[in-house]
Design a protein around this ligand. Structure first.
Ligand SMILES: CC(C)(COP(=O)(O)OP(=O)(O)OC[C@H]1O[C@@H](n2cnc3c(N)ncnc32)[C@H](O)[C@@H]1OP(=O)(O)O)[C@@H](O)C(=O)NCCC(=O)NCCS
Length: 219
């Protein structure tokens, strides 16, 4: 089961996981229990799978907040679909069919977080050109399609981390993988980020999962 595998993976990371970043994992909830009215309204017309993953993600988010001492609270969905965290906290949510993950931290330590969970399957060949260049894929690893999955996941995590600071939507060509620095860099200016500025992303694979975390520390 992916949720248990993900728990094991993170437990095994030890000091590689950033201090101050709380994490919680929940299974999707087909009954979508425990949503606050504002959250329920956000997915009232959504298909069953979306409701199920949204509910699992919100449950994980409340658990992660609780680990940092925050009482249960609604986490509304903004018009741009990003989660609205309580004052003093930053966070991020991701889900795949079998697991939902949330990461949360206090703003004293972190400016923004981005998380992505994917099945560690080869990405379909026809998606590769959209996700990255041949040079980027080669920099990630020798198996192009697995590299594509890893690059996709890393870019999604970095995109989620930068979004609360830039409020800018861009495509996969907006960030380029720099294999030497093992970082993603902005391909063009996205204020407040400069062209070439690096977004750190840590990535772990195993048990059929690919987990990416982008943690931007507070200045
Ligand atoms: C937002 C996006 C990154 C979500 O990724 P996904 O793989 O479809 O789905 P995930 O399960 O990993 O993440 C979904 C969660 O992302 C979060 N999210 C949505 N929009 C967001 C945004 N603008 N900023 C930060 N987080 C966002 C939400 O918490 C959402 O879950 P929820 O609706 O249950 O709360 C993706 O749909 C998207 O719009 N991408 C934009 C284009 C892009 O990725 N460019 C790459 C740049 S290099």
């Amino acid at each position: 089961m992916a949720a248990a595998a993900l728990e094991r993976m993170i437990a095994g990371l030890g000091a590689a996981w950033p201090r101050g970043v709380a994490v919680a994992i929940c299974a999707p909830d087909p009954e979508a229990r425990g949503l606050y009215p504002v959250e329920e309204a956000a997915v009232a017309r959504a298909v069953a799978g979306r409701r199920s993953e949204f509910a699992g993600g919100r449950r994980a988010a409340r658990r992660a907040l609780a680990a940092l001492g925050h009482p249960p609270v609604a986490i509304p969905m903004a018009e741009d679909r990003s989660p609205v965290w309580p004052e003093g906290f930053v966070g991020s949510v991701s889900h795949c069919a079998a697991a939902c993950i949330a990461v949360v931290a206090r703003t004293e330590g972190f400016a923004a977080l981005g998380v992505d969970i994917e099945p560690y399957d080869p990405l379909p060949e026809d998606l590769l050109p959209e996700i990255g260049s041949e040079a980027e894929l080669a920099g990630v690893g020798p198996d192009r399609r697995l590299a594509g999955r890893q690059l996709f996941s890393a870019k999604e995590a970095a995109y989620k981390a930068q979004y609360p600071l830039s409020r800018t939507l861009f495509g996969f060509d907006g960030l380029r993988y720099d294999a030497g620095a093992r970082a993603l860099r902005f391909a063009r200016p996205v204020p407040p980020f400069a062209r070439g500025q690096a977004i750190p992303v840590s990535q772990w694979t195993g048990d059929g999962l690919c987990l990416s975390l982008s943690a931007l520390t507070a200045a």
